[in-house]
Design a protein around this ligand. Structure first.
Ligand SMILES: *[C@@H]1O[C@H](CO)[C@@H](O)[C@H](O)[C@H]1NC(C)=O
Ligand SMILES: *[C@@H]1O[C@H](CO)[C@@H](O)[C@H](O)[C@H]1NC(C)=O
Ligand SMILES: *[C@@H]1O[C@H](CO)[C@@H](O)[C@H](O)[C@H]1NC(C)=O
Ligand SMILES: *[C@@H]1O[C@H](CO)[C@@H](O)[C@H](O)[C@H]1NC(C)=O
Length: 520
C-alpha cells in the first residue's frame, strides 16, 4: 500500500519535481498514512493530492522568497528550483567571466616580453580560467607568476602537413588550441561552468567586462563563432576573408561548437595545408560545419601601423573588446612604453568599462570650438564647428597594413587629420582617472593634458585651443548602456573660471538632444 501510494504520488507530482526527490515523497506518504489509518482508498488518494498540493504550494512560495525562514530542510526545496523544460537555474544565469575559458596563443621566445601585456588584463586568483599555450617549456623564473594564466605546452604537430611558402607551421599548433582546450577541460569540474572558449594572442589585450557584455547577447548553448574581420580590405579580400574572425583580435566559440570542432579539427586542418595561419584554418573548419562568423566589431585585429589615435578616438558604438598588435603600433599614449600605455588605459577601463573610448562631441559656442571626447583616452579640440557626421569618422593618424598610406585599403570611412592648418585638432591625453567618492552619486573624473606636438599657426581670429592646458571630464558610470539601443553620449561645457582649464560633463543625451552646428 505504501509503495503503491508512493507510486501514485509520484505520478501526480508536477513535472517540475525531480525524480531524486526522495525525502519529499517519503515524508508526505508516511505522514498521511499514519494520521488516518482507516480511511477508504479514494479518500486516501484525495487526501494525498491535497497534502502534496499544500507542500508544493509551500515550497513554491519559499522558492519565490528564498530567504523566508522555512521549517523544511533545504533539500526539499532544491527540486522545485528546476524549471519546466528541465533547465537548471544555473544555466539561466547571465554569462559572467567565470563562464569563459581563454586560450592564449604565445611562443616561448617572446613570452618573457609579451606576458607583460597579458598581465595588464588577466585577473589572477581564479577569477579567470584559461591557459597560455607555448611551443616549448620556458624557464620557470619566467613562467611561474600568480599574475598569469597557467602555462601549457602544445602537443606535437610535426605529423601535420603545412605547405604555405614562407609561412610558419606554428599556425597548426595555434589553431589546435581550441581543441586542446576542450581536451584539457574534458570531464573536469571546471568544464561544467564553461560556456565560451575565447582565443587571443599574447599581444592582444582584452577588456574583459566588455567581452562578457558582448557574449551575454548570445545563447551559449547554440553554435556561435564570434569575432571580427581585419581593418585591412586587402587582407580580407585576398589572403583571408570578411567571413573570418581574425585570431589576434580574438574570437569566441560557444562551448558546444568548440566540442564539435574538436571532433573534426585534426582531420579538417589536413585538408587546408595550403593556408597560411591558424585563424584561417579555424575559419575553414567553421565553413565545413556551416557556422558563419557573427561579427562583433569591438574585437580589433588592428592590422595597421602608426598611431591608433584616429581609430580609438572614434570607436564604433559597441563596447571595445580587444586591441591587438600592440608591438606593431605606436604606444597608445605618447611618451610611455607600450606596456605602460596599456596599463594606463586600464585605469579608466576599471571605472567605467562600458564607456571606454566611447565618443561624445559638443561645441563651445563662445570660442567656436568643437570638442570630441573619447572617454578615458583623449579630448580633441578643433577650431570651428565640425558637423557630427564628420566627427564620427576616424582620422588618418595610422598607416595601412601594406604601408602605403592608402585609405582605399581600410574597410571603413576615414578622413584626413585636417583639411586646413586652422582646423588641426589639439589633442589632450588622459593623465588621471578617478572616481569622486565624496559626491552622493559616484562620478568619474578623468583629466586630460595637452600634448605638445607640432601645431601650425592660424590667422582665422578664432581662439587657440592651445590656451587650454588641462581638461576635466565628469561622467557617471553607465554599465547598462549596451542593454539599450546604441547612441552616442552628449557632452556639455561646464563653466569654469580657472584659466587654461576646461570642464566637460558627459552623459546620455536627452531624448531630443542634437549636435547642430551653427554656420553664422
Ligand atoms: C633561468 O633563468 C635564470 C635567471 O634568469 C638563470 O639563472 C638560469 O640559468 C635559467 N635557467 C635555464 C635552464 O635557462
Ligand atoms: C573525454 O573523456 C572521455 C572519458 O575519458 C573520453 O571517452 C572522451 O573521448 C573524451 N573526449 C574528449 C573530447 O577528449
Ligand atoms: C616624457 O617622459 C619623461 C619621463 O617621464 C619626461 O621627463 C619628459 O619630459 C616627457 N616628455 C614629454 C615631451 O612630455
Ligand atoms: C566631488 O564631489 C563633490 C560633491 O559633489 C564636489 O564638491 C567636489 O568638488 C568633487 N571633487 C572633485 C575633485 O571634483
Amino acid at each position: 500500500m505504501g509503495e503503491n501510494n508512493n507510486h501514485h504520488h509520484k505520478e501526480q507530482k508536477p513535472l517540475t519535481y525531480d525524480k531524486s526527490n526522495k525525502p519529499f515523497s517519503s515524508s508526505s506518504s508516511s505522514s498521511s498514512s499514519s494520521t488516518i489509518p482507516s480511511c477508504s482508498f479514494t479518500a486516501m488518494i484525495v487526501l494525498l493530492i491535497f497534502v502534496s498540493y499544500l507542500l508544493y504550494s509551500f515550497s513554491f512560495i519559499s522558492f519565490l522568497n528564498p530567504y523566508s525562514p522555512s521549517k523544511f530542510p533545504n533539500t526539499l526545496l532544491v527540486p522545485v528550483i528546476r524549471l519546466g523544460s528541465g533547465q537548471k537555474l544555473e544555466e539561466l544565469q547571465q554569462t559572467e567571466l567565470k563562464h569563459v575559458v581563454f586560450g592564449i596563443a604565445a611562443s616561448s621566445d617572446l613570452w618573457k616580453h609579451r606576458r607583460e601585456y597579458v598581465k595588464t588584463w588577466w585577473k589572477p586568483h581564479g577569477d579567470m580560467n584559461g591557459a597560455v599555450w607555448l611551443d616549448t617549456p620556458v624557464n620557470d623564473s619566467v613562467s611561474s607568476s600568480s599574475a598569469l594564466p597557467q602555462i601549457k605546452i602544445s602537443s606535437d604537430t610535426s605529423s601535420f602537413k603545412y605547405r604555405y611558402r614562407n609561412g610558419h607551421r606554428s599556425a597548426i599548433r595555434i589553431t589546435r588550441i581550441v581543441s586542446e582546450t576542450v581536451r584539457m577541460l574534458n570531464g573536469t569540474e571546471a568544464e561544467r561552468n564553461v560556456r565560451w572558449v575565447v582565443m587571443g594572442d599574447d599581444d592582444t589585450v582584452f577588456f574583459t567586462e566588455n567581452l562578457v557584455r558582448v557574449l551575454r547577447k548570445y545563447d551559449h548553448k547554440q553554435f556561435y563563432y564570434i569575432g571580427a574581420p581585419s581593418e585591412s580590405h586587402l587582407q580580407n579580400l585576398h589572403q583571408f576573408s570578411y567571413g573570418m574572425a581574425y585570431g589576434g583580435g580574438g574570437f569566441a566559440i560557444s562551448y558546444p561548437l568548440a566540442k564539435v570542432l574538436e571532433k573534426m579539427q585534426d582531420r579538417c586542418i589536413e585538408r587546408y595545408a595550403d593556408l597560411y595561419g591558424s585563424d584561417d584554418r579555424v575559419h575553414a573548419c567553421m565553413a565545413e560545419l556551416g557556422v558563419p562568423l557573427t561579427k562583433e566589431v569591438g574585437f580589433h585585429q588592428m592590422d595597421v601601423y602608426g598611431d591608433l589615435l584616429g581609430l580609438l578616438s572614434v570607436h564604433p558604438q559597441v563596447p571595445i573588446v580587444s586591441i591587438h598588435h600592440l608591438d606593431v603600433v605606436e604606444p597608445i599614449f605618447p611618451n610611455k612604453s607600450r606596456v605602460n600605455a596599456v596599463k594606463k588605459l586600464m585605469i579608466p577601463a576599471k571605472l567605467d568599462s562600458a564607456s571606454l573610448v566611447q565618443q561624445s562631441v559638443c561645441y563651445d559656442t563662445s570660442r567656436q570650438w568643437t570638442m570630441s571626447i573619447s572617454w578615458g583616452y583623449t579630448v580633441q579640440i578643433t577650431r570651428t564647428y565640425m558637423p557630427a557626421r564628420m566627427m564620427e569618422m576616424p582620422t588618418r593618424t595610422f598607416n595601412d597594413w601594406h604601408k602605403r598610406y592608402d585609405f582605399t585599403n581600410v574597410a571603413f570611412n576615414t578622413r584626413p587629420i585636417t583639411y586646413t592648418d586652422c582646423q588641426r585638432p589639439r589633442v589632450f591625453y588622459l593623465s588621471r582617472a578617478f572616481s569622486n567618492s565624496s559626491s552622493d552619486q559616484k562620478t568619474t573624473i578623468t583629466e586630460y593634458m595637452r600634448h605638445d606636438e607640432w601645431y601650425p599657426s592660424c590667422d582665422w581670429g578664432i581662439a587657440d585651443p592651445s590656451d587650454i592646458n588641462q581638461i576635466f571630464v565628469y561622467k557617471k558610470p553607465n554599465p547598462d548602456r549596451w542593454n539599450k539601443a546604441p547612441r552616442r553620449d552628449c557632452c556639455r561645457l561646464v563653466p569654469t573660471r580657472k584659466k587654461g582649464t576646461m570642464v566637460l560633463n558627459v552623459a546620455a543625451c536627452a531624448n531630443d538632444e542634437i549636435l547642430a552646428y551653427s554656420d553664422k
